[in-house]
Write a protein that binds this ligand. Structure first.
Ligand code: ZN
Ligand code: ZN
Length: 363
């Protein structure tokens, strides 16, 4: 029996989202239906609503979610009814050239459910193939990762997107380890997660850079050892400030969590020789960067980008939830407020004003 449930839909470009009755089919082969318990509000949901991702409206929004398995389709051996799961948008195929070379975290052929959920008979495009501002959602079994059910759903779900991106930018892409110095540009959810990741990895200097003193206070709670408010500083002043906190040398790992050419340039010049720059902020397609090629060459090291924190959900999600349950990872600190499914539009505005790290819809 298909299910009729409530879900948050973006019907047209820029229009406020609305709660609609969604039709969720029974799971087909390789699919599962999830009873969503909590789903965080992410910038990407807002980008879908604004038509900035693509124009495949209507969208079923929401993708940072945790819940329990309600039904499994044919051939699903990895999950059973009642399992507590975090949803992911990296269901690895196991067959592409990256998977075959033993690097499934870069899988080039991730997959989603084959069947479509609908609203008024119209097929929905689920955000990042998930669509979890909804009482139930349909995903591929590989998009649901079982974790310890002792974690609260509103905390666990955050591992599914922005917090994973930031933690992974430090832990996986940047390879931060004990004794490293790190600087992070942008202290929203992703940047603070990069700070938290650097802290648990043992970085001994963690410099947080933002324009907003309130965000710099959040950064300190996550483990920033120093903060720089760059609102009245030019690029060279920011670089000098980072160097002065690192013996004149710059940082080992510079993590850009905004996605702007100006801050990327600051990150590029603020790292030590042979250091690593990690871009985890998402630029828009019009942005350009102009760097002297001799500096790219002469400084050595690595310029990397971090997609979804280079995470492998089956490896990273259960481990990070366990660290949280052991009191070693501050995941709950990312939850700024708990809201209802009717309050997503309002939460977008709070996010745009920078008032929250994460609003989480409790379903
Ligand atoms: Zn693959
Ligand atoms: Zn997201």
């Amino acid at each position: 029996m298909p299910h009729e449930v409530r879900g948050v839909v973006a019907k047209s470009k820029g229009a406020p989202v609305s709660v609609e009755t969604i039709n969720v089919p029974d799971p087909g082969p390789g699919e599962v239906v999830i009873d969503v318990q909590a789903c965080g509000v992410c910038h990407t949901d807002l980008h879908y609503r604004e038509g900035a991702i693509n124009d495949e409206f209507p969208f079923l929004l929401g993708h940072e979610a945790a819940g329990t398995v309600s039904q499994t389709g044919a051939g699903v051996a990895s999950l059973k009814e009642g399992d507590f799961v975090v949803l992911n948008w990296r269901a690895v195929c196991g067959e592409c050239r990256s998977c075959l070379r033993g690097k499934p975290q870069y899988c080039f052929s991730t997959h989603n459910a084959q069947q479509k959920m609908t609203v008024d008979g119209i097929e929905l495009s689920p955000a990042l193939g998930i669509g979890a501002f909804s009482e139930k959602t349909l995903v591929a079994a590989g998009q649901a990762t079982k974790v310890n059910d002792a974690a609260e759903p509103e905390v666990a779900g955050l591992i599914g997107c922005g917090v994973m991106a930031g933690l992974g930018a430090a832990l996986n892409t940047g390879g931060v380890t004990r004794g490293d110095s790190v600087a992070v540009w942008g202290c929203g959810g992703v940047g603070d997660a990069a700070i938290e990741g650097s802290r648990i990895a043992g970085a001994h200097t963690i410099i947080a850079i933002d324009l907003d003193d309130r965000k710099l206070e959040w950064a300190k709670e996550f483990g920033a050892t120093h903060t720089i408010n760059s609102s009245n500083m030019d690029t060279s002043q920011v670089i000098e400030a980072v160097q002065s906190l690192t013996g004149g040398n710059g940082v080992d790992i510079a993590i850009e969590a905004i996605g702007l050419p100006a801050t990327y340039e600051q990150a590029f010049y603020s790292r030590d020789l042979a250091g690593t720059v990690v871009l985890v902020g998402v630029p828009n397609p019009e942005m350009r960067i102009d760097l002297p090629l001799i500096e790219v060459f002469g400084r050595g090291g690595a310029l990397k980008s971090s997609w979804y924190g280079d995470c492998l959900p089956t490896r990273d999600f259960p481990m990070l939830i366990d660290l949280y349950l052991q009191g070693r990872l501050q995941l709950d600190r990312f939850v700024s407020e708990r809201i209802t499914i009717d309050e997503v539009e309002n939460a977008f505005h709070k996010m745009e004003r920078g008032e929250v790290l994460r609003s989480v819809v409790i379903i």
